[in-house]
Write a protein that binds this ligand. Structure first.
Ligand code: P6P
Length: 331
C-alpha cells in the first residue's frame, strides 16, 4: 500500500509546477477530486435507484423528488468549487449562462458535469469533463463572458472522470497526462496510469455511422478508407462507438484510435461543445501525443464565440486525425 501515490499527494507534489499559485490551484483540483468521489457514489447508486426505487422524476425512499443525475452532478461540482473560494465563475453544460461564484477567485472552470447521462439507464460508462483557465478580468470584480471565451491554448488544466467498471480521473496541467483509479475501499484516487500516451498507431474509429450519409464527402471517404481491406496498413480498422464521449475517448487513448463527430447536413457545426467537451479533451489528447481538430484547424486555436458553441470534432492518434484531415482537404 505504501508504494502508491494518491491524487492528493500528486497534486501537492506537482504544485511546484505552478509557482506563485500559493496552493490555490491545488485547492481547485482537490475540489474536483472531492466532487468526483460524491458523483461516483451517486452514479453507482443510480442503476439501483432507476430500477428499484424509480429513476429521475420519481420519489426516493424519503419521499423526495429524485433529481436527474446530471443535475446532482452539476450541483456537487458547483458546491465543491464554491467552497474553495478560488473560482470566480463556472460555465456548465447544465446552465444557459455562466455562474458567478467568488469575485476574489482567480480561476474559471468550464465543465460538462455528466456527459452521456442518457446512458445511465443502460449501464454504460459516462463521464465528467472539465477545463480550468486563469480569469482575464481583474480579481475582485464580477466574472464576465470574456473570462470564458478563451481559446483552448489558454487552459491551465483539463481532465475527465469516467464512471465505468471503475472510476478514473485523468488530467493534465500541461506536463503530461496522468490517470488515477478510485479505490472505494479506502476512498482515494490512486495513480494507476502514469504519463499516459496514445500508442504509436491506432486502428479503432469511433463515429455514429447513422450520420454517414449526412456527412461531407471527405468524412465519407475517410470512413470508407477505414473499412478498406489492406493488410499492409492494418485495415480494415475496428469500429467502436459507445455513444458516450468520455468512454470512447478513454478507450481510444489507451488502445489507439480516432473519435469523430463531424459536421452533418442537419447539424452543420456538429454536436459537441467547444468549451467543455472538445477543448479539455484536446488538451489531454495533445499532451498524450495525439491531436484534436475541427477537421481543418487545431481545435485549441478556435476562438470561442459562445459558451455552448458547437464544433465538428476529430481527436485521437495524430496520424489518424491527419489522415482524416487530408480526405477533408481533398474533397
Ligand atoms: P449521438 C452524449 O449525448 C454525447 O454528447 C457524447 O457523449 C456522445 O459521444 C455523443 O453525444 C453521442 O451522440 O448523436 O451519436 O447519439
Amino acid at each position: 500500500m505504501n508504494n502508491l501515490t494518491t491524487l492528493g499527494e500528486f497534486i501537492v507534489d506537482k504544485q511546484k509546477d505552478f509557482p506563485g499559485s500559493s496552493g490555490e490551484f491545488s485547492s481547485l483540483l482537490s475540489g474536483i477530486r472531492l466532487a468526483s468521489k460524491i458523483v461516483s457514489q451517486q452514479v453507482n447508486k443510480a442503476g439501483l435507484l432507476s430500477h428499484i426505487v424509480g429513476g429521475a422524476g420519481s420519489e426516493n425512499i424519503q419521499g423526495e423528488q429524485q433529481q436527474k443525475l446530471d443535475v446532482i452532478a452539476n450541483d456537487q461540482f458547483i458546491k465543491a468549487l464554491t467552497a474553495r473560494n478560488v473560482v470566480c465563475g463556472i460555465a456548465s453544460e447544465e446552465n444557459d449562462d455562466f455562474i458567478k461564484i467568488n469575485e476574489t477567485g482567480r480561476y474559471i472552470v468550464a465543465m460538462d458535469p455528466l456527459d452521456g447521462s442518457s446512458n445511465i439507464d443502460v449501464n454504460v460508462s459516462i463521464g465528467t469533463i472539465f477545463s480550468i483557465y486563469k480569469r482575464k478580468t481583474p480579481v475582485g470584480t464580477p466574472v464576465e463572458n470574456e473570462d470564458f471565451l478563451q481559446p483552448g491554448t489558454e487552459q491551465l488544466a483539463a481532465g475527465y472522470i469516467i464512471y465505468g467498471s471503475s472510476t478514473m480521473l485523468v488530467y493534465t496541467t500541461g506536463f503530461g497526462v496522468n490517470g488515477f483509479t478510485f479505490d472505494p475501499g479506502i476512498g482515494v484516487f490512486v495513480l494507476s496510469h502514469p504519463n499516459m500516451k496514445f500508442p504509436d498507431s491506432g486502428k479503432i474509429y469511433s463515429m455514429n455511422e447513422g450520420n454517414f450519409l449526412r456527412s461531407s464527402k471527405g468524412v465519407q471517404d475517410y470512413i470508407n478508407y477505414a473499412k478498406t481491406i489492406d493488410e499492409e496498413t492494418n485495415r480494415p480498422y475496428t469500429a467502436r462507438y459507445i455513444g458516450s464521449l468520455v468512454a470512447d475517448f478513454h478507450r481510444n487513448l489507451i488502445k489507439g484510435g480516432i473519435y469523430i463527430y463531424p459536421s452533418t447536413t442537419n447539424a452543420p457545426l456538429g454536436k459537441l461543445r467547444l468549451l467543455y467537451e472538445c477543448n479539455p479533451l484536446a488538451f489531454i489528447a495533445e499532451q498524450a501525443g495525439g491531436a484534436a481538430s475541427d477537421g481543418k484547424k487545431r481545435i485549441m486555436e478556435v476562438t470561442p464565440t459562445g459558451l455552448h458553441q458547437r464544433v465538428p470534432y476529430f481527436t485521437g492518434n495524430s496520424a489518424m486525425v491527419e489522415k482524416a484531415e487530408a480526405f477533408i482537404a481533398a474533397e
